[in-house]
Design a binder for this molecule. Sequence first.
Ligand code: ARG
Length: 465
Amino acid sequence: MTKEKDTSKLWGGRFNEATDAFVQRFTASVTFDQRMAADDIAGSLAHARMLQSVGVLSAQELQEIEGGLAQVQQEIDDGIFQWSIELEDVHMNIETRLTQLIGVTGKKLHTGRSRNDQVATDIRLHLRAAIDRIAGELTRLQQGTIELAAANTETIMPGFTHLQTAQPVVFGHHLLAWNEMLERDYGRLIDCRARLNQSPLGAAALAGTTYPIDRAHTAAALGFDRPTENSLDSVSDRDFAIEFCAFAALLMTHLSRMSEELVLWTSAQFNFIELPDRFCTGSSIMPQKKNPDVPELVRGKTGRVNGHLIALLTLMKSQPLAYNKDNQEDKEPLFDTIDTVFDCLRAFADMVPAIRPKTAVMREAARRGFSTATDLADYLVRLGLPFRDAHEVVGKAVAHGIANGQDLAEMSLDTLQGFCADIGEDVFAVLTLEGSVAARNHLGGTAPEQVVAAARRASARLADR
Ligand code: ARG
């Protein structure tokens, strides 16, 4: 027996039986695309106003549509809007309610438009607003990072390669390295925004429309820089979503690196920093524990964001032009990426300014690890030794230090001269941590003087945004 024809469907004209109940649920997107309702209404208003300006709608009809859409928005804001799976997606839910409210004029809104250019417009609007919020949070994190750096231009810590103590650096220099990663992320985010900010509205289903539409009108009304060039591309392009997810994956990769360092630094083994209790949690079994949950969770969330990037790349791979239903699958990964990235940035922006460096512990760690060995080698080079020979001499001195539990600066002049007779009393200035960092006094180096200037430049870049 054929099921009875369903007349509630906006596209029901050519159908002879109702949609299978499971297929209806399977193909619906309203459970997740309703978060674009405000964007959908903004797009519809721009479209209706343009239709009126070119004479397709009367002034009276436009007024009715504006009033109806305002009421729909109100119902959504008040939480009383009845979302219906039978109406598939956010677009048809809103249009159907509009028609219930204002009657036949509601049915004219879709003139010269398709859900294909409609959804392409909505996602761009939604993502653009999200990008602006994310850019704000990223800037706040950078501000906090730079301020903490500026307050720690003389705080000595070990710098690492291979996670082995390498050379002393100042903590501010390390923090400004984080800021450089974030600065590049910001640049990528803004690039992505610039490329997405074009209006696909008017592409209609795929080929454009027979009505005398004014695409520049809708583009300007929605704050787009210009209309897109090609109608086929307009309805099928999701590059902007992929590009945003690529930005997000790289940002999360950076946040995961920072997280990893925070986790290490708060451990009893490093003990370099204190994170305030409000960013940590305890253990239900081990009373002594204070766990750095926030950085751990941010580190963990990198996985889902990377996954979303792969999901969108795979979604688009091999899709023929133009719109395909596949693209409905763009939303959940994109929305989750937006939410995850925003929350992680918020957590970091709140947490980073609250980091308390344990300066004595950091300094002692730098002192203990033969971190000025390169400085001794450079000193020997200044005495005339070829660098490779100097390297060899210092290697022997370090081996002696390890065997005797002595750092280089703790050895007597006699002992040091045992490795190279030319070493003089002035060597001790070179072996101090302060001397070591101060000597790296060039653009991008860790000398406190340089770090002060670098922090200033970093702040100036933020002020220019
Ligand atoms: N919900 C759909 C999506 O998210 C809207 C566009 C549907 N267009 C269509 N011809 N079925 O992609």
